[in-house]
Design a protein around this ligand. Structure first.
Ligand SMILES: [Zn+2]
Ligand SMILES: [Zn+2]
Length: 321
């Protein structure tokens, strides 16, 4: 198969968002990719950097290879040894990792001291990425992008089936994460959280709207609304229409997760194609063109390229905001 060819998805099954969230909903997968982007290729080198068991690492490397993000090649014949290199598909995943890093760094209490910092090689500044429209270059907020479900977007097809399976039954240990990105995982680590996040970005405000868009039992909706308000991603206030109803809106912290969602969907729809079309169609309201995300440096405004993003130790004393 040509390395640059998207994978066709089976008709009526999981769509590109479902496949992507299935990969992202597993913290180990994200961590393996993160180190792959820093040059790790060999089994022992991941084992050295991550508190991961042999069986979990082997399973995740096999999954990433099957999904076309890694390519397995023999680097030694006797005894036979393999290494795993990022394919073009795997390399192009970097904006998602940078977006997750930026959100954790900015919004999760205490994380700026424990996460590495990023420097933009072009301007030399410590940077936070911002999301811009790839077509016109303007910075975008969630309200600047009009999104609607595409032909493959309905019927629960954006829900990652694999993530649900992995988390049930005897394999619970393998499904448990590293605990290194707990708040990111609280938003994307299981199907109902993902559905709630999607509904919030598509404009749900009331309990009934979340319930309808998520297709979830009321107890599940209540549970996730509590989790999301507890994390400070949603805030509830009395509805303007009826004081005894609560209206939920995304907070600044919640809206700041938008680049993670959009870079992930963009990557997924580029590399996985449902036969009936995209799962989500987005337009940048200001320029009227289809929205594709591009990360730019908040210091100089330049578009980020993977090799210009330098990962550094956090500066000494970086504890506050
Ligand atoms: Zn635009
Ligand atoms: Zn810069």
């Amino acid at each position: 198969m040509d390395e640059a060819t998207p994978t066709p998805l089976p008709e009526g099954g999981e769509n590109a968002i479902g496949v992507t969230l299935g990969l992202m909903g597993d913290e180990w997968t994200l961590l393996i990719l993160r180190y792959a982007h820093q040059g790790v290729r060999r089994y022992a080198d991941w084992r050295e950097r991550l508190p991961i068991s042999d069986s979990v690492l082997a399973a995740r490397l096999a999954l990433l290879t099957a999904q076309g993000l890694l390519e397995r090649t023999a680097y030694q014949r006797r005894p036979l040894r393999y290494e795993y290199r990022l394919t073009r598909r795997g390399r192009e995943f970097w904006p998602v990792l940078v977006a997750i890093w930026a959100w954790e760094h900015r919004w999760v209490e205490g994380r700026d001291a424990s996460l590495p910092w990023m420097r933009h090689a072009v301007c030399g500044r410590h940077m936070q990425p911002r999301m811009a429209c790839a077509a016109c270059g303007e910075t975008v907020e969630p309200r600047d992008v009009a999104s609607r479900l595409g032909p493959s977007g309905g019927g629960g097809r954006s829900v990652p089936a694999a993530a649900t399976r992995r988390r049930s039954g005897a394999a619970a240990g393998a499904g448990a994460g590293a605990g290194l990105f707990p708040e990111t995982m609280a938003l994307i680590g299981n199907r109902w959280s993902v559905m709630m996040l999607g509904a919030a970005f598509l404009g749900a405000h009331r309990f009934g709207e979340f319930r309808q868009m998520m297709g979830a039992p009321p107890a599940m909706v209540s549970d996730r609304l509590r989790t999301f308000t507890g994390l400070g991603v949603l805030a509830g206030e009395p509805s303007a229409d009826r004081a005894d109803w609560t209206s939920y809106r995304l907070t600044a912290k919640g809206r700041a997760f938008f680049p993670v969602v959009m870079t992930a969907i963009d990557w997924g729809q580029r590399w996985f194609r449902a036969p009936d079309g995209p799962a989500l169609e987005s337009v940048h309201r200001a320029c009227g063109r289809p929205f594709g995300p591009r990360l730019v440096c908040d210091g100089c405004g330049g578009a980020l390229a993977e090799h210009d993003v330098l990962v550094e130790e956090a500066p000494a004393g970086a504890t506050g905001r």
